[in-house]
Design a protein around this ligand. Sequence first.
Ligand code: SF4
Ligand code: SF4
Length: 120
Amino acid sequence: MAHWQCIQSCGACCQLNPSDRPDLENYLTPEELAHYLSLVGDDGWCINFDHEQRRCTIYETRPDFCRVQPDTFSRMFGIDPADLNEFAIDCCEQQIAGVYGNQSEELDRFIAAVDSPPQT
Ligand code: SF4
Ligand code: SF4
């Protein structure tokens, strides 16, 4: 069974262009939506994304909607915690393919990571 994990040097989910996410208002509160939109830079990437390092510069204090965790996904998407793993993998695959492409090394790395045995 695949196990969701975030890989290094990706950041595909930090491409926030609202035109690529037309259903934002369906799962964000009005306050969260305003917060989300305040983060979108001119190029559609989050203003907190460090492109050189491909990392979040406010990782410890990033918004809830950036966090892959059971309570957040339950509230935003109605996902049962038991289904979070599969749902998060699908989300990442779609986002990585959309940002970097179906044939990208980022997508290959992600698939290899989630298919590898979990670290104990
Ligand atoms: S798209 Fe997935 S793997 Fe890539 S940075 Fe976001 S959470 Fe991590
Ligand atoms: S706050 Fe951080 S994790 Fe969230 S979209 Fe911006 S760079 Fe990515």
